[in-house]
Design a protein around this ligand. Sequence first.
Ligand code: URA
Length: 189
Amino acid sequence: MYTLEELQAIVNKCYRCPLSKTRTNVVFGEGNKNATIMFVGEGPGYYEDKTGRPFVGKAGKLFDNMIGAIGFKRQDTYIGNIVKCRPPNNRNPLEEESKICIEFLRWQVKIIDPDIIICLGAVAARNIIDKNFRITKNRGTWYTKGKFNIMATYHPAALLRDESKKKDAWKDFKSIHNMYKEISERRIK
Ligand code: URA
């Protein structure tokens, strides 16, 4: 079993797929090593690639506001991505790239051991929940895999493109908060 730091050192030197050739920085992920909730996005965008940090662009600001509204700071959670290097022109990661890179995410999940995993958008949901996942239809539903409670909601970038989705996203975030409360209460008992 690696520590998170050991794993990060490995990922920083990864050249397993072509995305490594065009990256500026690897975006490993960040947050609380003992987080109860882990958020998983799709892959770094322009600002994430420049800074090496997840969700720091416009979508990231919205993400911070949304988790803030249910009482969390990003330091309370862990934020990762399906692929750790920016796909050129922000295209979706290819299946092959995701397949290679998700191994690192699996390690992150093993080390952090969260109770709740939230997929941000269809790419994360298709890689984590079901390859045929339909974000409009299946978002907001809780799935159980082993000890993990997993749900997908809209990617914050989708909410920036279409404000009408915010109402459903807000329902999902309230449901995330309720699940968190339930798990915390179970622990105290
Ligand atoms: N979008 C993502 O899916 N991940 C990031 O880290 C930033 C934007």
